[in-house]
Design a protein around this ligand. Structure first.
Ligand SMILES: Nc1nc2c(ncn2[C@@H]2O[C@H](COP(=O)(O)OP(=O)(O)OP(=O)(O)O)[C@@H](O)[C@H]2O)c(=O)[nH]1
Ligand SMILES: [Mg+2]
Length: 308
């Protein structure tokens, strides 16, 4: 018997908890999740309302497990789809131990205007530690008028911590992680430390397609469009076949999506396939079909079948 075999070590005190990331559309919530995870998990575009469903990211260090929930930006819902988006925000708040509110320093001019009554109510409804991230500090060089806002916000007692950061440049993200860690409840890990999400590859693949639609098409079209995976199978060894329906609201949108001689849909398919291959780390054959489903954003049946 070796010396020391009988010495019992006290169990390492681990921490584990859920953190909801909320804020206005385009504030940088998904960019923040990706910066923390060090992997592109959640889709990001320049357009607001990119995120429609919660995206769950699990970040585990030596003694703590952080389960982040990226959520859709807070809006006044018009369509049934947007109501579902806001329900995702509510459920993530109900599940969370810690709240991160992401504010966009590039957009803020007036504290009362930025934190509208609805936004304040949502923040207030959360009963736990709240951390305010002042995101996009990299844009501040162009804006001195934000200084009064910073001093005003630092006087509020709503937030346990206020942290300036740049999710895009991955600046000060360690402070965000440290701050959250202080508030995580003590407890065992809920997931394997190697696991980074609980969501299916089908979900991430449909998100990659939607991301390219947001990037390649303008105006209302991305907002009226959904990507729905209909087949995800290994037809030949090592090569995956993915078939997806692209749902639009009208015939005219279908024409735009397909483009002259099918050029637009071809370009969309090529870039989506690249993103999917990067994500899955394997070769993929991607087939896209455009379908008109008028009123899908207000139809419970369609929304349900698209995973809302
Ligand atoms: N300059 C700058 N841009 C940023 C920063 N963080 C995010 N962005 C940009 O802001 C835009 C929106 O970022 P997202 O991460 O998609 O924002 P979001 O809050 O998830 O938006 P929704 O999903 O629409 O609610 C993108 O163009 C990002 O590149 C930052 O720190 N600095
Ligand atoms: Mg987002």
């Amino acid at each position: 018997m070796n010396e020391g075999d009988n010495i019992s070590h006290p169990p390492v005190a681990t921490r584990c908890g859920f953190i909801a990331i909320i804020g206005r559309p385009n504030a940088g919530k998904s960019t923040l999740l990706n910066a923390i995870m060090q992997i592109k998990l959640s889709i990001v575009t320049k357009k607001p309302q990119t995120t429609r469903k919660n995206v769950l990211g699990i970040y585990t260090d030596s003694d703590s497990q952080f389960i982040f929930l990226d959520t859709p930006g807070l809006i006044n819902a018009r369509y049934e789809m947007q109501k579902k988006m806001m329900e995702y925000v509510s459920t993530s708040l109900a599940d969370a131990d810690v709240l991160i509110v992401v504010a966009d320093l590039e957009k803020i001019t007036d504290i009362n205007e930025y934190f509208s009554d609805d936004f304040r109510e949502t923040i207030k409804s959360f009963d736990g530690p709240k951390i305010l991230l002042l995101n996009k500090i990299d844009t501040l060089r162009q804006r001195k008028d934000v200084l009064p806002f910073l001093s005003e916000i630092s006087q509020t007692s709503v937030f346990s911590d206020i942290i300036p950061c740049s999710a895009l440049n991955q600046d000060n993200i360690e402070s965000v992680i440290e701050s959250v860690k202080d508030y995580l409840p003590k407890g065992p890990f809920l997931y394997d430390p190697e696991q980074i999400s609980t969501q299916s590859e089908r979900f991430f693949v449909s998100e990659k397609i939607r991301e390219q639609i947001f990037k390649q098409f303008q105006k209302e079209l991305p907002y009226s469009t959904e990507a729905h995976i209909t087949e995800f199978s290994e037809r030949e060894t090592g090569k995956w076949y993915i078939s997806a329906d692209i749902i639009v609201e009208s015939k005219s949108q279908k024409i735009i999506l397909i483009g002259k001689d099918g050029r637009a849909i071809k370009r969309l398919g090529q870039s989506a396939r690249q993103e999917i291959e990067n994500h899955l780390q394997m070769p993929v054959y991607l087939e896209l079909f455009v379908k008109v489903r008028s009123g899908w954003r207000d139809s419970d049946i369609y929304l349900k079948s698209y995973g809302y």
